[in-house]
Design a protein around this ligand. Sequence first.
Ligand SMILES: CC(C)(COP(=O)(O)OP(=O)(O)OC[C@H]1O[C@@H](n2cnc3c(N)ncnc32)[C@H](O)[C@@H]1OP(=O)(O)O)[C@@H](O)C(=O)NCCC(=O)NCCS
Length: 178
Amino acid sequence: MTGARRANSCTPPRLSLRRPTEADIDAILAIHRDPETCLHNPSDALTQLDEAGELYRRWNDQWQRCGYGYWVVRRHGSALQLGFSGIKPMELQSMKVLNLFYRFATSAWGQGYASEAAAAVTAWASRHVPDIPLIARVRPTNIASQRVAVRAGLTRAEHLDGAGYDGFDWIYGTRLPH
Ligand SMILES: CC(C)(COP(=O)(O)OP(=O)(O)OC[C@H]1O[C@@H](n2cnc3c(N)ncnc32)[C@H](O)[C@@H]1OP(=O)(O)O)[C@@H](O)C(=O)NCCC(=O)NCCS
């Protein structure tokens, strides 16, 4: 068991982050079915419960493979899923990276939750997966997401900008090779 596998929770001040379970599939659907949450990334939008179940299984497979993945974000002491944030290994321009993800219910926006969760995930990644650079791929018009990436400690890496699933992506990163 690696260090990363031992730690499947992390604890920012107001928030509690835990590994998803099948009981989160309804929340996965609710958050990804809202057109506002996928406005900048329409390829992530879901409409059906079975799609949410499939997405949960992909998240869970990654947890089993890597010992880390996407966390469910809640307020301490509350069962309500505010959103999701986590890391996924991928390749960016032939470089192995961790992609930082965050998506929250619109009812939770504007209260600093995404910044708090993304900062905790970034800290977790630098502690447990220090050898892999962390990046965020952000659409140029997604100002809120850009602010969250900066608040989590990432900086613009223009030299890595390029085509993404939904158009041109701006790249933010940390621990990138020079
Ligand atoms: C991006 C997202 C996670 C931000 O969530 P949030 O909890 O509202 O973020 P925070 O409250 O931590 O705010 C972070 C910053 O964004 C700013 N912000 C929030 N919403 C904004 C908006 N609609 N327009 C401009 N700035 C905005 C906040 O003022 C704050 O700025 P500051 O750092 O200067 O104080 C949320 O909007 C979301 O889930 N969007 C859909 C999914 C998505 O786009 N994910 C990113 C894919 S790359």
